[in-house]
Ligand binder design. Structure first.
Ligand code: PNS
Length: 168
C-alpha cells in the first residue's frame, strides 16, 4: 500500500448525474480532508443509467476542477478493497434526511465488518439541496422541468444533449 500523508477519503457513488448536492458535499469535505477521491461505481445494480461511467467521471472532473485536492476516478468490486488500494482511511457519504439513514447505516456497518480500519464519515449537504437526488433530477428533466439551479451548468448541457426536447 502506498503511504499517504494526511487524511485521504473516498467519496463513492453512482452520480448519474452529479448534482449540486454532491458538489456541495465535495466542497465541504475538501476543506476537512487532505485528499478526496470521488469514485464512480462501474457495476451498478441500479438499472439502466442515463450517462456512461466515463461521462459521469468527465462531468465530475469538470465540476470539481477548482478543488486542488479532489480527484475523480471509477471503481468496481468492493469499496473496502478500492479504499485499501488507494490508501484511504475513510469513506465519505452524504445524509440528506432520516430516510437516508437506514441504507447508509447498513452500508457503513457492512463496510466496517469487511474492514474494521475503514471509517465512514457522514456529512450533510446544504439545506437547499436536501430534496435533490439524481433520480429526481432525471425524472423532472425528462418531463420538461427546469433543474438549472440543482445541478452544475455542465450537467445541464449534458442533460440537454441526452434528453432532447427539454429546452430548459
Ligand atoms: O450513490 P449510491 O448509488 O448510493 O452509491 C452506492 C455505493 C456506490 C456507495 C455502493 O453501492 C458501493 O459501495 N458499492 C460497491 C460494492 C460494495 O462495496 N458493496 C458492499 C457495501 S454494502
Amino acid at each position: 500500500m502506498m503511504a499517504t500523508k494526511g487524511t485521504k477519503a473516498i467519496y463513492p457513488g453512482t452520480f448519474d448525474p452529479p448534482t449540486n448536492g454532491h458538489l456541495d458535499l465535495i466542497a465541504r469535505a475538501s476543506r476537512i480532508v487532505d485528499e478526496l477521491v470521488v469514485a464512480v461505481l462501474r457495476n451498478t445494480q441500479k438499472g439502466t443509467p442515463l450517462f456512461t461511467v466515463p461521462e459521469r467521471v468527465e462531468m465530475l472532473r469538470e465540476a470539481t476542477a477548482e478543488f486542488a485536492n479532489v480527484s475523480v476516478t471509477m471503481f468496481d468490486g468492493l469499496l473496502v478493497d478500492f479504499a485499501r488500494e488507494q490508501g484511504a482511511k475513510a469513506v465519505l457519504r452524504g445524509i440528506r434526511a432520516i430516510s437516508d439513514y437506514e441504507y447508509e447505516f447498513q452500508m457503513a456497518m457492512m463496510n466496517r465488518k469487511l474492514d474494521p480500519e475503514l471509517e465512514t464519515l457522514f456529512m450533510m449537504p446544504a439545506e437547499k439541496y436536501t430534496y435533490v437526488s439524481s433520480r429526481l433530477i432525471k425524472g423532472v428533466f425528462e418531463l420538461g422541468g427546469d433543474v438549472t439551479s440543482l445541478v452544475p451548468p455542465n450537467v445541464v448541457e449534458r442533460l440537454k444533449q441526452r434528453v432532447p426536447g427539454n429546452g430548459k
